[in-house]
Design a protein around this ligand. Sequence first.
Ligand SMILES: [Zn+2]
Length: 101
Amino acid sequence: MSAFLPVPPAERRGGRRLWRFLEWTLQADVAPDRPPVRHRFRCAGEYEDGQPCEEEGPVCDDFAEAQRWAYRHLKVHQDHRSYEHVAVTPWLMVPAEEPSP
Ligand SMILES: [Zn+2]
């Protein structure tokens, strides 16, 4: 997916502010030095009155550590058996060309 977005003018030319549009693409960061994927688990269970729990564990670099939160949560709420795994992955906005200063 990409989108054209306005770039604010860096300078005035002839008293007019010149805006231009740049095409930006949102893409996964696949560079070797990208930040690590991080993990979080969120409870998708409900309380007896039907209210969603929505409690969530911490964002962790280690997948097993993120899962441990779900086990701790289950210990306290044994009827909360549905969970969502949230993977935090690094993404970048990449311009079709670098904006000139
Ligand atoms: Zn819960």
